[in-house]
Design a protein around this ligand. Structure first.
Ligand code: SF4
Length: 305
């Protein structure tokens, strides 16, 4: 059992079951980003390079699930985003380790070196309502009651999406037209930058990642990483009982339309199957059966479709 199965099943049993059984011919930007950040966090080598390479690898094959022109530019944008987020989270420390599996649970949490389970979530914006959603989701509750320990929930604000790019200090700075200094936000007491500072994307800027991060810190932007400690809920047995009950349903193909365009998960990749003209068989829509390594990625909480 793992948290991804529980959360996915709750949203739409069919989507969860099919996500474990089939893989689409392309990978979503969100899945690619999580996968690349995971590579950056867990590598013994250079996290920046590992994250960037991981994203560009899946962008080359199977490819990103985006349409239209500029696909390479979007891949580079997300590659640089995954790289800088990985470097910032690692903070020069050793590779993060996965929390070991128990007999019945595959954790998606990391040990960043302090021995505490840590869940990483990439969000547009982190506020009280999103925190409440995450704290009471199976992705958190499942970990808490299975590991029987508090977990650290580390949220990284990566900004909203505009024209398929994420807008945040991780990805965009303002550069002075003459002295080329990059800035991110006004500091206390400062007037505005003025109209002649030009926006520059991370992937188009010659600054090294460390220098970019130093400038972000100077402008007070490292508050884009927020960590909270979530305690084990009272009466964990009620959740464990529900998990046991749900485990008997996990192969269900029942449709739940709430998952088709969920606000947080985005458009379901199986829409074309469920709402298409042909039989509801993913194999008839270019999906293929997953390999065992794909299934392992899913168990580790890397969104697979
Ligand atoms: S398209 Fe809707 S009903 Fe079909 S699997 Fe996805 S969420 Fe479920």
């Amino acid at each position: 059992m793992n948290s991804e199965r529980l959360a996915g099943h709750e949203l739409c049993p069919r989507k969860s079951t099919w996500s474990e059984r089939y893989v689409g011919f392309r990978i979503s930007l969100t899945a690619a980003l999580y996968s690349a950040v995971d590579a950056g966090l867990t590598t013994e080598l250079d996290p920046e390079k590992a994250a960037q390479d991981a994203l560009l690898t899946v962008a080359a094959k199977p490819g990103l699930d985006i349409e239209g022109e500029g696909v390479y530019g979007i891949a580079m944008h997300y590659a640089r985003l995954s790289a800088i987020v990985s470097v910032a989270l690692r903070s020069g420390g050793p590779a993060w380790k996965r929390i070991p599996d128990t007999e019945s649970w595959t954790s998606a949490c990391y040990d960043s070196g302090d021995g505490q389970p840590r869940r990483v979530v990439l969000v547009d914006h982190w506020g009280a309502s999103r925190q409440a959603v995450e704290a009471t989701s199976w992705r958190t509750i499942g970990e808490l009651v299975s590991l029987e320990r508090p977990i650290l929930l580390t949220a990284v604000e990566i900004g909203t999406t505009r024209l398929r790019k994420r807008i945040s200090p991780w990805t965009r700075a303002y550069r002075h037209p003459r002295n080329k200094v990059c800035r991110f936000r006004k500091r206390d007491g400062e007037e505005s930058f003025g109209g002649d500072w030009e926006p520059v994307w991370r992937e188009d800027c010659e600054l090294k990642t460390k220098d970019w991060l130093d400038l972000m810190a100077k402008d007070g932007c490292m508050d884009a990483i927020k960590t909270s400690r979530i305690a084990v809920p009272q009466r964990p047995e009620r959740y464990l009982a529900e998990m046991k009950r749900l485990s008997g349903e996990l192969d269900s193909e029942a449709m739940r339309l709430a998952g088709c365009n969920d606000r947080m998960s985005g458009a379901c990749p199986f829409q074309v199957v469920c709402h298409g003209a042909k039989d509801s068989d993913p194999l008839r829509y270019n999906f293929k059966l997953r390999s065992s390594s794909d299934i392992h990625d899913l168990a580790c909480g890397i969104h697979g479709t």
